[in-house]
Design a protein around this ligand. Structure first.
Ligand SMILES: [Fe+2]
Ligand SMILES: [Fe+2]
Length: 205
């Protein structure tokens, strides 16, 4: 299933497009909450604080974009009825987190706060790599039909996040690329499942 084909189908129907925006909002909000949950009570850096704030802004911004294709009141929550592929969308980030934590425990024998921080680094890195592919592809499909929905401000911030994650990963381990690749491999699998679930819901597969 091609990403562009999925996006074109979604954008073609306003009600579906609104539901998709709400779904992306849920996923961004899950990311923001995960970053906040991984924070140490006192040792929170400027980068981590900025990142948590910007992911929360993305969740809000995506929710707000709904008004360009529908009514925000029609999407009062992140309950199943208001989402596209709810199960895959809910579990994507949680599953990634669980698998990465398992890898870190086994490979690096991490636990407690060290495990939380390392998981934040690897999970977020993998998501940022994906975001840097997903949002530009979505924007391209939006541009094709001159949609009012716009992802440009998110794209700029996600590019910044990826660069910031690399800075933090380099400080974390000289072998960061090896660990990051493991996280990206896990993420790829989960992302493909998400795309298949969306395609099935749209009747494309
Ligand atoms: Fe984001
Ligand atoms: Fe991000």
């Amino acid at each position: 299933m091609k990403l562009q084909e999925i996006f074109r189908n979604i954008i073609a129907t306003d009600s579906l497009h609104a539901r998709f925006l709400n779904t992306l909002s849920l996923m961004e909000n899950t990311g923001a909450r995960k970053i906040s949950a991984s924070e140490d009570k006192t040792k929170v850096s400027y980068i981590v604080l900025k990142h948590a704030a910007e992911e929360a802004r993305h969740a809000f911004y995506l929710k707000k974009q709904i008004q360009k294709v529908g009514k925000i009141e029609d999407f009062p929550s992140y309950e199943n009825a208001y989402l596209v592929a709810p199960f895959a969308s809910y579990t994507y980030l949680h599953s990634l987190d669980i698998h990465v934590c398992r890898y870190l425990k086994q490979e690096l024998k991490l636990s407690g706060n060290a495990l939380k921080y390392a998981a934040y680094l690897l999970v977020t890195y993998a998501i940022e790599v994906r975001a840097d592919e997903l949002y530009p592809a979505y924007q391209e499909a939006l541009d094709e039909v001159s949609s009012k929905v716009n992802m440009k401000s998110i794209i700029v911030e996600e590019e910044g996040h990826l660069a910031e994650m690399i800075v933090q990963l380099k400080e974390f381990s000289p072998e960061w690329e090896k660990h990051a690749q493991v996280a990206c491999d896990i993420e790829k699998n989960l992302f493909e499942q998400w795309i298949v679930s969306i395609g099935t819901e749209l009747g494309l597969s």
